[in-house]
Design a protein around this ligand. Structure first.
Ligand SMILES: [Zn+2]
Ligand SMILES: [Zn+2]
Length: 298
């Protein structure tokens, strides 16, 4: 999975940071998480095509997470976008999308949009490669955290099968599906003839207080993308606005026994995030504070 941070500011864009949007590519699916104002330009700068987007996951309906939606949808409706744009979000997402799309006159409106409201913690999408899960957050308004969980893949153990002279053969397809095969009179079981490659888990936790539910939800993530609106000295502000500090985000990664933490959604007061990153690293070493256009593969 390839992850691109298109906006890492909270509330308002700054000279160096746009408001929140994160793009995740997984084979044929391109998932946009939130769409802050100016996301289209960020995509352009990074030479990414908006027409590739298949799904948009909305964490909550604060402006810094959704104000880019009408522009993006207008662009898609002008292009030869032939897919149905799938939008997922918390309760009232249908109402908000309808309000947005009725607030101006499209020059051409031919895009098909399917909006799904998620009202509980559950798997809300699944295909052969991965599943998408949601968990309620605890912010000043109703919101959702998301997980993308890849399915385990079975890979042929060539070192083992070549002992039987089996390197390239149609029959390997059956073994890969988990079936026991017979080759030249010898039996090869999937337990020995294949290796299970565990799927990766990415959890995206934006705009919320730290809760036990979110720690459970993020359990054993390969990557947690977490908001860290404030540094540790602004604990009070974080509590008041129901956000996380650097230490909260680091504790989320530590307590959920996750591998890696990327911080985002920084208050505009920070011109550098070095201190925030340092504070988090004291609790959870494998931490990076993201900048706009930061990209990584998981
Ligand atoms: Zn926000
Ligand atoms: Zn918010």
């Amino acid at each position: 999975m390839k992850i691109t941070f298109l906006g890492t500011s909270s509330m308002v864009p700054t000279k160096n940071r746009n408001t929140t949007a994160i793009l995740i590519n997984h084979k044929s699916e391109t998932i946009l998480i939130d769409c802050g104002e100016g996301t289209q330009r960020q995509l352009k700068i990074k030479k990414l095509s908006p027409a590739k987007i298949t799904k948009i996951l909305i964490t909550h309906w604060h402006g810094d997470h959704i104000l880019g939606l009408p522009g993006l949808i207008q662009t898609l409706s002008h292009s030869d976008y032939t897919k149905t744009l799938e939008i997922y979000g918390p309760k009232d997402t249908k109402k908000y999308i309808s309000n947005l799309l009725n607030s101006f006159q499209y020059q051409e409106n031919k895009i098909k949009i399917n909006v799904t409201e998620i009202n509980s913690n559950k798997t809300f999408f699944e295909n052969k490669d991965f599943e998408l899960k949601s968990q309620k957050t605890n912010h000043s308004i109703i919101g959702l955290a998301y997980s993308i969980i890849e399915k385990d893949k079975r890979k042929i153990n060539i070192d083992y099968t070549k002992k039987f002279g089996l390197v390239k053969d149609k029959i390997l397809g059956k073994l890969q599906k988990g079936e026991t095969i017979t080759f030249n009179g010898k039996e090869i079981t999937p337990e020995k003839g294949t290796i299970i490659m565990p799927g990766k888990k990415i959890s995206i936790i934006l705009d919320t207080e730290l809760t036990k539910d979110l720690i459970n939800f993020s359990k054993n993530s390969d990557l947690i993308i977490s908001e860290s609106t404030f540094s540790k000295d602004l604990k009070k502000e974080a509590k008041k606005s129901k956000h996380m500090t650097s230490e909260d985000a680091a504790n989320l990664a530590k307590k959920s026994k996750s591998e890696k933490l990327i911080l985002t959604h920084f208050s505009q007061r920070y011109t550098t995030t070095k201190e925030i990153e340092k504070e988090a690293k004291k609790i959870f070493k494998n931490t990076i504070a993201a900048n706009d256009f930061f990209t990584l593969e998981v």
